[in-house]
Every structure is written in structure tokens, then in C-alpha cells.
Design a protein around this ligand. Structure first.
Ligand code: AMP
Length: 194
């Protein structure tokens, strides 16, 4: 598999109540900088998004943020990045994040994060792409999501193959192992916990 050079990180615009999640975002950012992997993200300074971007920049890495004009205030457009692209709307933002990335990683987050995850997973289901998608399951945060998807499969509304469209990693190290593995060995390994 071609090595990953740009990783899209979807995560909360809030910090959440578990301090481990903020630390995880920082750890991921630091490791990305060390590995020379560019961060592609939503361009905000707030929450886990900001923590991850700050850690990449602090480690001497590259960050491209993409933010719609109308969210510049709400998510506090990050002016300390390698590049901040200000676009017209959410659709352009998400499309650009998709196009610029070799793979996707999902940290704890809220409804926006879920929406972004489901968009790339359903695009994979439709055969629009085959880029790796890894859910970072910090403290079992995403167990509920995995349980819901299992239930949807059990109830016959999705094929079991959906489980192959994304992997679940229990640590940042495991995330990079999965990204380095050939696509056909990327077996989902949930429900691991940190
Ligand atoms: P959240 O997980 O709700 O804190 O949002 C994380 C990121 O997802 C933020 O940068 C949001 O702007 C973004 N996002 C993407 N799509 C949506 C959407 N449809 N609704 C709300 N936020 C979204």
C-alpha cells in the first residue's frame, strides 16, 4: 500500500468531559508530526480539533485546515496553521477534506463528527473510494456506535461487509499499524478499549 502522507482527522469541536480525549488528540498530533504525516481537518481552534492541530504544529508538522466562512467565528478559524482555506459552505469543506486525504481517522466527537464519519463510510459502501477509515476507540467511547452498527446489520438493514469498511483502533500506535497494513488485512478489531 502507498504510504499515507495526509490524514484527515474528524473530532469534536468540544473538549468533552473526559480529559483523556484531549490528551489523545494531542498524542495523535504529536505522532503525526514525527511521522511526517500532514493533518487535514476542519480548521477550528476549539476542542479536540484545535488540540490535535496545535500538537502537529508544535511538533514541526504540516496542517491544512478547511473552514466555511460562516463557521470562522463559531469554531475560531485557526490562524497558526501551515494553511487555512476558507471556503463558501460545508459541502465544499467536506469535499476538499476528502480529496486532500489518503485516509480518515475519527476521534471522540459529537454529531458533526458522526456525520463526517458516516459520510466517508457510506461513500465507501457506494464504491466512491477505498481509502482507509479508522475509528480511534478511546476509553470505549465508540463502543456504542459499533454496537449500533452491529444491530443494524443484525436487523438486516446493512450487509455484514459494512464491518470491513472501517477499522477500530484502541491506541494511536495501533492506528498507525493499521494504516501501514495492506487494505485486505485491515480487519476490524473492535471492541478494543484503551
Ligand atoms: P462536533 O462533533 O459536533 O463537535 O463537530 C465536529 C466538526 O464537524 C465541526 O467542525 C463541525 O463543523 C463539523 N461538521 C461536519 N458536518 C456537520 C454537520 N452536518 N452538522 C454539524 N457539524 C458538522
Amino acid at each position: 500500500m502507498t504510504p499515507i502522507t495526509s490524514l484527515c482527522v474528524y473530532c469534536g469541536s468540544s473538549r468533552g468531559t473526559n480529559p483523556a480525549f484531549f490528551k489523545l488528540a494531542q498524542e495523535l498530533g504529536g505522532d503525526m508530526a514525527q511521522r511526517g504525516i500532514r493533518l487535514i481537518y476542519g480548521g477550528g481552534r476549539v476542542g479536540l480539533m484545535g488540540a490535535c492541530a496545535d500538537a502537529v504544529m508544535a511538533g514541526g508538522g504540516e496542517v491544512i485546515g478547511i473552514i466555511p466562512q460562516h463557521l470562522q467565528d463559531l469554531e475560531v478559524g485557526h490562524t497558526g496553521l501551515t494553511e487555512l482555506k476558507v471556503v463558501d459552505n460545508m459541502h465544499t469543506r467536506k469535499r476538499m477534506m476528502f480529496d486532500l486525504s489518503d485516509a480518515f481517522c475519527v476521534l471522540p466527537g459529537g454529531l458533526g463528527t458522526l456525520e463526517e464519519l458516516f459520510e466517508v463510510v457510506t461513500w465507501r459502501q457506494l464504491g466512491i473510494h477505498d481509502k482507509p477509515i479508522i475509528v480511534l476507540n478511546a476509553d470505549g467511547y465508540w463502543d456504542r456506535l459499533v454496537g449500533m452498527i452491529d444491530g443494524i446489520i443484525d436487523d438486516g438493514f446493512a450487509k455484514p461487509a459494512v464491518r470491513q469498511y472501517f477499522s477500530v483502533a484502541n491506541s494511536v500506535g495501533r492506528l498507525f499499524d493499521l494504516l501501514a497494513a495492506p487494505a485486505d488485512t485491515q480487519e476490524p478489531d473492535f471492541p478494543e478499549r484503551l
